[in-house]
Design a protein around this ligand. Structure first.
Ligand SMILES: Nc1nc2c(c(=O)[nH]1)N[C@H]1C(S)=C(S)[C@@H](COP(=O)(O)OP(=O)(O)OC[C@H]3O[C@@H](n4cnc5c(=O)[nH]c(N)nc54)[C@H](O)[C@@H]3O)O[C@H]1N2
Ligand SMILES: Nc1nc2c(c(=O)[nH]1)N[C@H]1C(S)=C(S)[C@@H](COP(=O)(O)OP(=O)(O)OC[C@H]3O[C@@H](n4cnc5c(=O)[nH]c(N)nc54)[C@H](O)[C@@H]3O)O[C@H]1N2
Ligand code: SF4
Ligand SMILES: [Mo]
Length: 766
C-alpha cells in the first residue's frame, strides 16, 4: 500500500481560491474545506481539479524543435543551455529589450516576484508584462487613481452577506465563481440584487422571483448608465454631502460632468427605462449597498473610465470605507491580485511600487544587491509587447499564459509568434502557444508545489504541496535559477519558496502592497493575512483614510460618447465571456473529461428574431466573421440575449477561437484590450463540416507537426489600434482608442474636464 500524503491548500483555478484538502494515496482526491470564502463548497472545476495531476497529456521532459520542424524530448541541460544561449545571443545582437517575458496571474506570488526580478536583473530587459493586463488592468488603474491603492475587494467577502443591495455590473459569478453566490443570499432575500448584463446570464436569472432586477443594457453602455445613476443621486439629493466633504476631493468637477446625463438621455442610450434608473439610484442610497464590477464592464476601450464611474457613484453615495457598504472589483485569476503586486507589470517593482520612482528603485535594488541605475526603465503593456514580437523583440519567454488563444486578434499574433527567433514556453501541458515554441519547459502543478496566493479579498494564503510532481517536471524557481546561473546574473536565486517569499516581503516593505510582516511560517498559523501586513493585517484598508497622501479619495470626472448604433448594415455586436466548466484558454479544462463533456464546443448565443432573419436554426453551424477572421460554431437560439448582440465563449482554439475576431484596440489609461465588444457578421455555414470537440490525445512528441518558421516571417509589427493620443504606458507609435487626452485621464470620445484633484500620470500605476 502506498503511503498517504495530504495537504490543506486552495483550488488551482479562480481568485475565489476555495479551500480544499488534497489527499494522495495511489490516486489523488480533493475535498472542499471550510473557509470563509467557500464554506466548504467547490465548483465543478474545483472538484475535478486533481484529474490533471496524473493526466497522460502532461509534459514530462523538456521539448526542443528539431531541424525537421518537430518538437522532440531533450534533457534539461540541453534545453536550459539553449534558452540561455538564445537570451545571450539576442541581447548581444539587438540589445536587452529584444528579450521579453510574458507572465500570468495564475503564478504564485513567489514565482511572479521572481519572474519580475529575472527580467530586470538576469535579462536587463524592460520588456515584461503579463495576462493580468487582459484581466484586471482597467479596474486596477481606476482604483489606484481614486483610492491610491488597488486591492480588488477592500473588505472580506463575508461582509457582503449582510448587504441589502448589490449592484453587480458585468459579472457572471454564477458561472465564474459559483460558491460566491452564497454571499449574495442576503441581498437577494432583500430583493436587492441588481445585475447589469446584456445577456440574461445565469447570474441575471438570480434576480428573478423578487430577488432583484436585471438591467439588460446595450453592451458597452455601462459608462453612460453609471453617469446617469450618479446624476440622479445628485439631482434627487441622495448624495452623502458630509462624506463627500470629509473624505473625497473633486466633487464639483464630477457634478458638472454628470449634468448632461439626465435620466431620459441615459435611458435612450442604455435601453434601461427611466423608472428602473430611478429605482436603482434610490435603492443604492437606502443603506447597506455594495457596487461590484467584473470583466463585462472593464474589458473595453473605456474600461478605466467605466470602473472610475462606478467608484464615483460609490463615493458620492458614501459607500466606501464604511461598515456594511462598499465598492470592489472581482479579481479573476487564482493569483490575479498578488500577480499584479510584485513586479510582473511593465511599470512595476515589488510591493506595487512604480519602477519610475527613484526611491523604490533604490530600495528594491538594495534587496537584490544590484545598482539601481542598472535596473531598466518601465516597459510596455501586454498588447503593445505582443505587437513587438518579430519586430524589436526577438526572443520571448511565456510562463503562465496561452496567448495564442486568449490575446486579441490571434491570427495576427500567431504570425508574429512564428516570426520570433526563439519562443520559450513554460507549461505543464502542450498549450496551443507551447505548440509554436522552440523550447518547452515542463513545470509543476499546484498540488506539487509550495507557495502563496493572494485571493480576491487581498488575503495572502498558502498553497501547499500534497504530492511530488512527475519525474522530469521542475519548479519555475529552479528553472529561473538555472538560467540566471548560466547567464552569470548578479544577485541570488533561491529555489526554496519560503526563502523567495522572505525576499519578496523585504522588497515589498514600505510599498502599497506591503507583505513585510508575513512569512510562510506565520501564514501556517492560519493568521488572517490581508495586506498591507506589517505588524498586523488590514481587512478593511479604507475605514479611516484612503491611500493618497492627503487621505482623500479622488472623484475623477469621466465622460462618455454614446456608442454608435449596433445593427448597422447587418452587423451585430459580439460579446465574449465564460462557461462554468471551461477555464480561460481551456488548456486545463479541455483536458478534463467531465468538464469538456459538459461543454465540448463554443456555441454562438443568438436571439430568435435575429436568427430567423438570418435563416439560422438551433444547432445550425454558423460563420461569425469580420475583417480579422472567422469563427465557426453552432447556434444556441435564445431569448436570453438582446436582438442586436451575440455571445461567444473564448475558451476554445482553432476555428472556434473567439479572439480571431477581437481587435487589438486598447484603453488609453490601462492598455486593456476591447474584448467585450466586437462588430461581426453572422451567416449560416452549411458548407462547413461539424465542429468536433478539440481532441487531445497523449502527446507523441516526435510526431508533433512542426511549424514552418521560414513561412512565418514578415508579420506586421505594431498594434493596430484606432487613432488618438497615447497614454502614459503606451509606447510612441501605438495609438489608442479615444481622442486627445493630455491629462492622462482620457476616455473614449475625447478630452474631459480635468478636476483640481486629478492626479498626475506618475500617480497612476497601470
Ligand atoms: N468557469 C470559469 N470561471 C472563471 C474563469 C473562467 O475562464 N471560467 N476565469 C476567471 C477569470 S481570469 C476572470 S477575469 C473571471 C471573469 O469573471 P466574469 O467577469 O464574471 O466573466 P465574463 O464571463 O468574462 O463576463 C461577465 C459578464 O459580462 C457580460 N458582458 C459582456 N459585455 C458587457 C457589457 O458591455 N456590459 C456589461 N454590463 N456586461 C457585459 C457577459 O455577458 C458576461 O455574462 O472569471 C474567473 N472565473
Ligand atoms: N475574447 C476574450 N478574451 C479574453 C477574455 C475574455 O473575456 N474574452 N478574458 C481575458 C482574461 S480576464 C484573462 S485572465 C486571460 C486568460 O487567458 P490566458 O492567459 O491564456 O490564461 P490561461 O488559459 O489560464 O493560461 C494559462 C496557461 O499557463 C498554464 N499554467 C497554469 N499555471 C501555471 C504555472 O504555475 N506556471 C506555468 N508556467 N504555467 C501555468 C496553463 O496550463 C495554461 O496553458 O484571457 C483574456 N482573454
Ligand atoms: S469557484 Fe474558483 S476557486 Fe472555487 S472551486 Fe471553482 S474554480 Fe476553484
Ligand atoms: Mo481574468
Amino acid at each position: 500500500m502506498t503511503a498517504m500524503s495530504s495537504a490543506d491548500t486552495h483550488c488551482p483555478y479562480c481568485a475565489l481560491q476555495c479551500a480544499m484538502t488534497v489527499t494522495h494515496q495511489g490516486e489523488t482526491t480533493v475535498t472542499g474545506r471550510d473557509f470563509p470564502t467557500n464554506r466548504g463548497g467547490l465548483c465543478a472545476k474545483g472538484w475535478t481539479s486533481a484529474e490533471l495531476l496524473a493526466s497522460p497529456h502532461r509534459l514530462r521532459m523538456p521539448l526542443m524543435r528539431r531541424s525537421d520542424g518537430t518538437l522532440a524530448e531533450t534533457t534539461w541541460d540541453e534545453a536550459l543551455d539553449a534558452v540561455a544561449a538564445a537570451f545571450r545571443d539576442t541581447k548581444a545582437a539587438h540589445g536587452p529589450d529584444a528579450n521579453a517575458i510574458f507572465g500570468g496571474g495564475g503564478l504564485t506570488n513567489e514565482k511572479a516576484y521572481q519572474l519580475g526580478k529575472f527580467a530586470r536583473v538576469a535579462l536587463g530587459t524592460s520588456r515584461i508584462d503579463y495576462n493580468g493586463r487582459f484581466c484586471m488592468s482597467s479596474a486596477a488603474a481606476a482604483s489606484n487613481r481614486a483610492f491610491g491603492m488597488d486591492r480588488g475587494l477592500p473588505f472580506p467577502v463575508t461582509d457582503l452577506d449582510d448587504a441589502q443591495t448589490i449592484l453587480l455590473l458585468g459579472s457572471n459569478v454564477a458561472a465564474t465563481m459559483p460558491p460566491f453566490l452564497a454571499h449574495l443570499a442576503g441581498a437577494r432575500a432583500a430583493g436587492g440584487l441588481i445585475v447589469v448584463d446584456p445577456r440574461r446570464s445565469a447570474t441575471a436569472r438570480l434576480t428573478e422571483d423578487g430577488a432583484g432586477t436585471h438591467l439588460q443594457a446595450a453592451p458597452g453602455t455601462d459608462l453612460p448608465l453609471l453617469l446617469g445613476l450618479t446624476h440622479i443621486v445628485i439631482a434627487e439629493g441622495l448624495a452623502d454631502r458630509a462624506y463627500i466633504d470629509e473624505r473625497t476631493s473633486g466633487f464639483e468637477s464630477l457634478r458638472r460632468s454628470v449634468a448632461q446625463w439626465w435620466p431620459e438621455r441615459t435611458s435612450s442610450t442604455t435601453g434601461i427605462p427611466v423608472a428602473q434608473l430611478r429605482e436603482t439610484a434610490r435603492r443604492l442610497a437606502a443603506g447597506g449597498a455594495y457596487i461590484l464590477t467584473g470583466r463585462g464592464v472593464e474589458q473595453h476601450v473605456d474600461g478605466t473610465a467605466t470602473a472610475t464611474a462606478a467608484i464615483n457613484l460609490a463615493l458620492v453615495l458614501g459607500l466606501v470605507g464604511r461598515d456594511g457598504s462598499g465598492y470592489g472589483t472581482l479579481t479573476g485569476q487564482g493569483n490575479g491580485q498578488g500577480g499584479r503586486e510584485h513586479g510582473q507589470k511593465a511599470d512595476q517593482l515589488p510591493g506595487y511600487r512604480s519602477i519610475r520612482d527613484p526611491e523604490a528603485r533604490r530600495h528594491v535594488a538594495g534587496v537584490w544587491g544590484v545598482d539601481p541605475d542598472e535596473l531598466p526603465d518601465a516597459g510596455i503593456p501586454a498588447t503593445a509587447l505582443l505587437g513587438e514580437l518579430g519586430g524589436p523583440v526577438k526572443t520571448l519567454l511565456v510562463a503562465g499564459s496561452n496567448v495564442v488563444v486568449s490575446a486579441p486578434d490571434v491570427d495576427a499574433l500567431r504570425q508574429r509568434l512564428q516570426s520570433l527567433d526563439t519562443l520559450i514556453v513554460c507549461d505543464f501541458f502542450l498549450s496551443e502557444t507551447a505548440e509554436l515554441a522552440d523550447i518547452v519547459l515542463p513545470v509543476l502543478q499546484w498540488a506539487e508545489e509550495e507557495g502563496t496566493m493572494t485571493s480576491l479579498e487581498g488575503r495572502v494564503i498558502r498553497r501547499r504541496q500534497a504530492l511530488a510532481g512527475p519525474d522530469g517536471a521542475r519548479s519555475e524557481l529552479w528553472i529561473m535559477a538555472e538560467i540566471a546561473r548560466r547567464l552569470g546574473a548578479a544577485s541570488t536565486w533561491s529555489t526554496v519558496p519560503a526563502e523567495v517569499f522572505d525576499e519578496l516581503a523585504r522588497a515589498s516593505e514600505g510599498g502599497v502592497a506591503d507583505y513585510s510582516g508575513l512569512s510562510h511560517a506565520l501564514l501556517d498559523t492560519g493568521v488572517e493575512a490581508y495586506w498591507p501586513y506589517r505588524a498586523e493585517g488590514t481587512p478593511r484598508p479604507f475605514t479611516q483614510r484612503f491611500a493618497h497622501a492627503d487621505g482623500r479619495a479622488r472623484l475623477v470626472a469621466v465622460d462618455a460618447t454614446p456608442p454608435t448604433p449596433t445593427d448597422r448594415g447587418g452587423e451585430l455586436t459580439l460579446v465574449t465571456g465564460r462557461y462554468l466548466q471551461q477555464y480561460q484558454s481551456g488548456t486545463q479544462t479541455r483536458r478534463v473529461a467531465e468538464l469538456n463533456g459538459a461543454r465540448p464546443e463554443a456555441r454562438l448565443e443568438i436571439h430568435p428574431a435575429t436568427a430567423s432573419r438570418l435563416g439560422i436554426r438551433e444547432d445550425a453551424l454558423v460563420a461569425v466573421s469580420n475583417e480579422r477572421g472567422t469563427v465557426r460554431a453552432r447556434a444556441t437560439v435564445t431569448t436570453d440575449i438582446r436582438h442586436d448582440t451575440v455571445f461567444l465563449p473564448f475558451h476554445y482554439a482553432g476555428d472556434e477561437c473567439a479572439n480571431r475576431l477581437t481587435e487589438a484596440l486598447v484603453d488609453p489609461t490601462s492598455a486593456m484590450p476591447e474584448f467585450k465588444r466586437t462588430r461581426v457578421r453572422v451567416t449560416p455555414d452549411a458548407a462547413v463540416p461539424a465542429v468536433a470537440a478539440v481532441e487531445h490525445g497523449p502527446v507523441v512528441v516526435s510526431e508533433h507537426p512542426g511549424v514552418d518558421r521560414a513561412a512565418g516571417g514578415g508579420a506586421a509589427s505594431g498594434v493596430s489600434v484606432a487613432g488618438g493620443h497615447v497614454g502614459p504606458d503606451v509606447p510612441a507609435g501605438v495609438s489608442v482608442a479615444g481622442g486627445p487626452a493630455p491629462t492622462g485621464v482620457s476616455v473614449a470620445g475625447g478630452p474631459i474636464e480635468r478636476g483640481a484633484s486629478t492626479p498626475t500620470e506618475e500617480e497612476i500605476h497601470v
